[in-house]
Ligand binder design. Sequence first.
Ligand code: BG6
Length: 297
Amino acid sequence: MDLTALNNEFGGEGIRFVSGPGNLAVAEMTNEHGHAEIALHGAHVMSFAPVGAAPVLWMSRQSWFAPGKPIRGGIPVCWPWFGAHPNDPALPGHGFARISEWQVVAAGTTRTGGSFLELRLTEEDVPEAYRGGQPFELLLRVEAAATLRVALRIKNTGMDKLEFSAALHSYFSVGEIGNIKIAGFEGKCYLDTLDNSRGVQQGTLTFDAETDLIFTDCGSVCHIEDPDLERRISVARSGSRCAVVWNPWIEKSRRMPDFGDDEYHSMVCVEAANALDDARSLAPGGVHLLETVIGIA
Ligand code: BG6
Protein backbone atom coordinates (compact mmCIF):
# COMPACT_ATOMS: atom_id res chain seq x y z
CA MET A 1 0.00 0.00 0.00
CA ASP A 2 1.54 3.32 -1.09
CA LEU A 3 1.02 5.63 1.87
CA THR A 4 2.40 8.68 0.06
CA ALA A 5 -0.08 8.22 -2.77
CA LEU A 6 -2.93 7.70 -0.28
CA ASN A 7 -1.97 10.84 1.64
CA ASN A 8 -1.64 12.87 -1.55
CA GLU A 9 -5.03 11.80 -2.83
CA PHE A 10 -7.11 11.45 0.35
CA GLY A 11 -5.11 12.86 3.28
CA GLY A 12 -5.78 16.29 4.68
CA GLU A 13 -7.11 18.06 7.70
CA GLY A 14 -8.26 15.43 10.17
CA ILE A 15 -7.06 12.38 8.23
CA ARG A 16 -3.72 10.83 7.38
CA PHE A 17 -2.55 7.40 6.35
CA VAL A 18 0.22 5.76 8.37
CA SER A 19 1.90 2.41 8.72
CA GLY A 20 0.15 0.64 11.59
CA PRO A 21 0.81 -2.59 13.48
CA GLY A 22 2.14 -5.35 11.22
CA ASN A 23 2.80 -2.60 8.62
CA LEU A 24 -0.90 -2.50 7.79
CA ALA A 25 -2.03 0.77 6.20
CA VAL A 26 -4.12 2.64 8.74
CA ALA A 27 -6.19 5.82 8.38
CA GLU A 28 -5.88 8.02 11.46
CA MET A 29 -8.78 10.39 11.91
CA THR A 30 -8.34 13.18 14.44
CA ASN A 31 -10.63 16.16 14.92
CA GLU A 32 -11.90 18.43 17.68
CA HIS A 33 -14.50 15.81 18.68
CA GLY A 34 -12.69 12.49 18.65
CA HIS A 35 -10.12 10.11 17.25
CA ALA A 36 -10.37 6.86 15.30
CA GLU A 37 -8.08 4.48 13.44
CA ILE A 38 -9.18 2.31 10.54
CA ALA A 39 -7.08 -0.40 8.88
CA LEU A 40 -7.64 -0.79 5.14
CA HIS A 41 -7.17 -4.51 5.81
CA GLY A 42 -10.75 -5.59 6.49
CA ALA A 43 -12.02 -1.97 6.58
CA HIS A 44 -11.45 -2.57 10.23
CA VAL A 45 -12.11 0.20 12.76
CA MET A 46 -9.32 -0.48 15.26
CA SER A 47 -9.95 2.26 17.80
CA PHE A 48 -12.28 5.10 18.67
CA ALA A 49 -12.45 7.61 21.51
CA PRO A 50 -14.25 10.92 21.90
CA VAL A 51 -11.88 13.72 22.97
CA GLY A 52 -10.92 13.35 26.62
CA ALA A 53 -12.45 9.87 26.94
CA ALA A 54 -10.81 6.47 27.41
CA PRO A 55 -10.87 4.10 24.38
CA VAL A 56 -14.40 2.88 23.65
CA LEU A 57 -13.36 -0.09 21.52
CA TRP A 58 -11.30 -3.00 22.78
CA MET A 59 -8.31 -4.53 21.01
CA SER A 60 -6.54 -7.73 22.02
CA ARG A 61 -2.85 -7.46 22.85
CA GLN A 62 -2.51 -10.82 21.06
CA SER A 63 -4.27 -9.80 17.86
CA TRP A 64 -2.82 -10.73 14.51
CA PHE A 65 -2.14 -7.79 12.22
CA ALA A 66 -1.34 -9.62 9.02
CA PRO A 67 -2.68 -10.12 5.50
CA GLY A 68 -5.16 -12.99 5.37
CA LYS A 69 -5.80 -12.94 9.13
CA PRO A 70 -8.61 -11.23 11.03
CA ILE A 71 -7.89 -8.54 13.61
CA ARG A 72 -9.12 -9.39 17.14
CA GLY A 73 -10.87 -6.32 18.48
CA GLY A 74 -12.27 -3.05 17.12
CA ILE A 75 -15.04 -3.64 14.58
CA PRO A 76 -14.56 -6.58 12.20
CA VAL A 77 -16.87 -6.51 9.17
CA CYS A 78 -18.47 -9.96 8.92
CA TRP A 79 -19.69 -10.60 5.37
CA PRO A 80 -21.00 -12.43 3.31
CA TRP A 81 -21.66 -14.88 6.09
CA PHE A 82 -21.85 -14.51 9.84
CA GLY A 83 -20.16 -17.27 11.88
CA ALA A 84 -19.26 -20.50 10.12
CA HIS A 85 -20.06 -20.80 6.39
CA PRO A 86 -23.45 -22.53 6.07
CA ASN A 87 -22.17 -25.38 3.85
CA ASP A 88 -18.38 -25.37 3.89
CA PRO A 89 -16.62 -25.33 7.29
CA ALA A 90 -13.26 -24.92 5.52
CA LEU A 91 -14.17 -21.36 4.52
CA PRO A 92 -13.10 -18.59 6.93
CA GLY A 93 -15.39 -17.83 9.87
CA HIS A 94 -17.40 -14.59 9.50
CA GLY A 95 -16.70 -14.38 5.75
CA PHE A 96 -13.91 -12.89 3.68
CA ALA A 97 -14.60 -9.14 3.98
CA ARG A 98 -12.58 -8.87 7.21
CA ILE A 99 -9.51 -10.51 5.64
CA SER A 100 -9.58 -8.60 2.32
CA GLU A 101 -7.77 -5.40 1.36
CA TRP A 102 -10.27 -2.57 0.80
CA GLN A 103 -9.80 0.43 -1.49
CA VAL A 104 -10.10 4.02 -0.29
CA VAL A 105 -12.69 5.93 -2.34
CA ALA A 106 -13.24 9.10 -0.30
CA ALA A 107 -12.14 10.86 2.87
CA GLY A 108 -12.68 14.28 4.37
CA THR A 109 -14.47 16.40 6.91
CA THR A 110 -18.17 16.29 7.73
CA ARG A 111 -20.32 19.42 8.04
CA THR A 112 -20.14 19.19 11.83
CA GLY A 113 -16.34 18.94 12.00
CA GLY A 114 -16.04 15.16 12.17
CA SER A 115 -13.90 13.06 9.82
CA PHE A 116 -15.09 10.45 7.37
CA LEU A 117 -13.56 7.67 5.33
CA GLU A 118 -15.17 5.49 2.67
CA LEU A 119 -13.75 2.13 1.68
CA ARG A 120 -14.88 -0.15 -1.11
CA LEU A 121 -14.64 -3.88 -1.70
CA THR A 122 -15.57 -5.77 -4.85
CA GLU A 123 -14.75 -9.26 -6.00
CA GLU A 124 -11.41 -8.16 -7.52
CA ASP A 125 -10.14 -7.15 -4.06
CA VAL A 126 -10.99 -10.47 -2.44
CA PRO A 127 -8.36 -13.23 -2.04
CA GLU A 128 -8.57 -15.48 -5.11
CA ALA A 129 -9.75 -18.52 -3.14
CA TYR A 130 -13.00 -16.75 -2.27
CA ARG A 131 -13.92 -15.39 -5.70
CA GLY A 132 -16.51 -16.74 -8.06
CA GLY A 133 -19.69 -16.01 -6.13
CA GLN A 134 -22.38 -13.50 -6.98
CA PRO A 135 -20.91 -10.05 -7.89
CA PHE A 136 -21.22 -7.39 -5.19
CA GLU A 137 -20.05 -3.99 -4.08
CA LEU A 138 -19.48 -3.14 -0.43
CA LEU A 139 -19.01 0.43 0.70
CA LEU A 140 -18.07 1.06 4.31
CA ARG A 141 -18.39 4.63 5.54
CA VAL A 142 -16.88 5.53 8.90
CA GLU A 143 -17.65 8.87 10.53
CA ALA A 144 -15.70 9.73 13.65
CA ALA A 145 -16.68 12.66 15.84
CA ALA A 146 -18.00 12.55 19.42
CA THR A 147 -19.79 9.43 18.21
CA LEU A 148 -18.66 6.77 15.78
CA ARG A 149 -20.92 5.89 12.87
CA VAL A 150 -20.12 2.82 10.78
CA ALA A 151 -22.36 2.12 7.80
CA LEU A 152 -21.96 -0.88 5.51
CA ARG A 153 -23.73 -0.52 2.17
CA ILE A 154 -24.14 -3.79 0.32
CA LYS A 155 -25.09 -3.71 -3.35
CA ASN A 156 -25.94 -6.59 -5.63
CA THR A 157 -24.09 -5.79 -8.87
CA GLY A 158 -24.89 -9.17 -10.47
CA MET A 159 -27.77 -10.68 -12.43
CA ASP A 160 -28.94 -13.15 -9.80
CA LYS A 161 -30.05 -12.74 -6.21
CA LEU A 162 -27.36 -12.01 -3.60
CA GLU A 163 -27.87 -13.76 -0.28
CA PHE A 164 -25.81 -12.98 2.79
CA SER A 165 -25.65 -12.69 6.54
CA ALA A 166 -23.51 -10.00 8.15
CA ALA A 167 -22.40 -8.22 11.29
CA LEU A 168 -20.56 -5.14 12.44
CA HIS A 169 -18.83 -7.10 15.18
CA SER A 170 -18.04 -4.36 17.71
CA TYR A 171 -15.73 -5.15 20.63
CA PHE A 172 -16.18 -2.78 23.58
CA SER A 173 -13.72 -2.03 26.31
CA VAL A 174 -15.14 -2.56 29.82
CA GLY A 175 -13.70 -2.31 33.34
CA GLU A 176 -14.70 -5.82 34.47
CA ILE A 177 -17.12 -8.05 32.58
CA GLY A 178 -18.59 -9.41 35.82
CA ASN A 179 -19.68 -5.93 36.89
CA ILE A 180 -21.30 -4.59 33.71
CA LYS A 181 -24.96 -4.65 32.75
CA ILE A 182 -26.42 -4.34 29.29
CA ALA A 183 -29.81 -2.66 29.18
CA GLY A 184 -32.08 -2.84 26.15
CA PHE A 185 -32.68 -6.57 25.70
CA GLU A 186 -35.20 -7.01 28.51
CA GLY A 187 -38.08 -9.20 27.36
CA LYS A 188 -36.38 -9.94 24.01
CA CYS A 189 -36.11 -13.41 22.48
CA TYR A 190 -32.70 -14.96 21.90
CA LEU A 191 -30.99 -18.02 20.54
CA ASP A 192 -28.26 -19.23 22.89
CA THR A 193 -25.72 -20.57 20.39
CA LEU A 194 -23.85 -22.48 23.12
CA ASP A 195 -26.64 -25.08 23.41
CA ASN A 196 -29.05 -23.98 20.66
CA SER A 197 -31.75 -23.22 23.22
CA ARG A 198 -34.22 -20.37 22.87
CA GLY A 199 -35.12 -18.02 25.69
CA VAL A 200 -36.41 -14.63 26.68
CA GLN A 201 -34.10 -12.18 28.44
CA GLN A 202 -35.19 -11.48 32.02
CA GLY A 203 -33.99 -8.07 33.21
CA THR A 204 -30.71 -6.47 32.20
CA LEU A 205 -28.00 -8.73 30.83
CA THR A 206 -25.15 -9.64 33.19
CA PHE A 207 -22.19 -11.98 32.75
CA ASP A 208 -20.89 -14.85 34.89
CA ALA A 209 -20.05 -17.45 32.21
CA GLU A 210 -19.37 -17.82 28.48
CA THR A 211 -22.09 -15.91 26.63
CA ASP A 212 -22.99 -16.20 22.95
CA LEU A 213 -26.52 -14.93 22.35
CA ILE A 214 -28.28 -13.85 19.20
CA PHE A 215 -31.23 -11.59 20.01
CA THR A 216 -33.53 -12.23 17.12
CA ASP A 217 -35.90 -9.29 17.02
CA CYS A 218 -34.74 -6.58 19.33
CA GLY A 219 -34.94 -2.81 19.71
CA SER A 220 -32.47 -0.57 17.96
CA VAL A 221 -30.50 0.75 20.97
CA CYS A 222 -28.82 -0.83 23.96
CA HIS A 223 -26.53 0.52 26.67
CA ILE A 224 -23.49 -1.02 28.31
CA GLU A 225 -23.48 0.23 31.90
CA ASP A 226 -19.98 0.10 33.31
CA PRO A 227 -19.58 1.02 37.00
CA ASP A 228 -15.78 0.54 36.97
CA LEU A 229 -15.08 2.86 34.04
CA GLU A 230 -17.97 5.05 35.24
CA ARG A 231 -19.57 5.29 31.85
CA ARG A 232 -22.47 4.13 29.73
CA ILE A 233 -21.80 3.18 26.11
CA SER A 234 -24.73 3.42 23.73
CA VAL A 235 -24.90 1.06 20.76
CA ALA A 236 -27.53 1.86 18.15
CA ARG A 237 -28.27 -0.26 15.10
CA SER A 238 -30.23 0.19 11.91
CA GLY A 239 -30.85 -2.15 9.00
CA SER A 240 -30.53 -4.89 11.62
CA ARG A 241 -33.23 -6.74 13.47
CA CYS A 242 -30.82 -8.85 15.45
CA ALA A 243 -27.92 -8.26 17.81
CA VAL A 244 -25.21 -10.63 18.97
CA VAL A 245 -23.76 -10.44 22.47
CA TRP A 246 -20.55 -12.38 23.08
CA ASN A 247 -17.94 -12.94 25.76
CA PRO A 248 -15.72 -16.07 25.53
CA TRP A 249 -15.07 -16.35 29.30
CA ILE A 250 -12.27 -18.61 30.58
CA GLU A 251 -12.04 -21.82 28.50
CA LYS A 252 -12.73 -20.33 25.10
CA SER A 253 -10.24 -17.50 25.77
CA ARG A 254 -7.58 -20.16 26.33
CA ARG A 255 -8.46 -21.89 23.06
CA MET A 256 -8.14 -18.75 20.92
CA PRO A 257 -4.52 -18.13 19.85
CA ASP A 258 -5.12 -14.45 19.15
CA PHE A 259 -6.80 -13.68 22.48
CA GLY A 260 -5.05 -13.40 25.87
CA ASP A 261 -6.20 -15.88 28.53
CA ASP A 262 -7.28 -13.11 30.91
CA GLU A 263 -8.58 -10.66 28.33
CA TYR A 264 -12.22 -11.72 28.58
CA HIS A 265 -12.40 -9.59 31.74
CA SER A 266 -12.05 -6.35 29.80
CA MET A 267 -14.27 -6.80 26.73
CA VAL A 268 -17.76 -7.48 25.49
CA CYS A 269 -19.08 -7.71 21.94
CA VAL A 270 -22.40 -6.17 20.98
CA GLU A 271 -22.90 -6.64 17.26
CA ALA A 272 -25.31 -5.12 14.76
CA ALA A 273 -26.18 -8.21 12.75
CA ASN A 274 -28.20 -9.67 9.92
CA ALA A 275 -28.22 -13.31 10.97
CA LEU A 276 -30.67 -16.23 11.33
CA ASP A 277 -34.10 -15.01 10.13
CA ASP A 278 -32.60 -11.58 9.50
CA ALA A 279 -30.18 -12.83 6.79
CA ARG A 280 -30.87 -10.86 3.62
CA SER A 281 -31.46 -11.49 -0.05
CA LEU A 282 -31.00 -8.69 -2.58
CA ALA A 283 -32.44 -8.66 -6.08
CA PRO A 284 -30.11 -7.50 -8.90
CA GLY A 285 -29.33 -3.82 -8.28
CA GLY A 286 -30.68 -4.05 -4.71
CA VAL A 287 -29.00 -2.28 -1.81
CA HIS A 288 -28.97 -2.92 1.94
CA LEU A 289 -27.55 -0.59 4.60
CA LEU A 290 -26.36 -2.04 7.91
CA GLU A 291 -25.33 0.60 10.39
CA THR A 292 -24.18 1.08 13.95
CA VAL A 293 -23.68 4.29 15.92
CA ILE A 294 -21.58 4.13 19.07
CA GLY A 295 -21.13 6.76 21.71
CA ILE A 296 -20.79 7.49 25.39
CA ALA A 297 -24.28 8.30 26.62
C1 BG6 B 1 -19.16 -13.96 17.69
C2 BG6 B 1 -19.77 -15.33 17.65
O1 BG6 B 1 -19.90 -13.12 16.88
O2 BG6 B 1 -17.82 -14.03 17.19
C3 BG6 B 1 -18.91 -16.29 18.46
O3 BG6 B 1 -21.09 -15.25 18.17
C4 BG6 B 1 -17.49 -16.27 17.96
O4 BG6 B 1 -19.45 -17.59 18.39
C5 BG6 B 1 -16.98 -14.83 17.96
O5 BG6 B 1 -16.67 -17.09 18.77
C6 BG6 B 1 -15.55 -14.68 17.46
O6 BG6 B 1 -15.41 -15.23 16.20
P1 BG6 B 1 -13.99 -15.28 15.51
O7 BG6 B 1 -14.21 -15.97 14.19
O8 BG6 B 1 -13.54 -13.85 15.34
O9 BG6 B 1 -13.09 -16.03 16.44
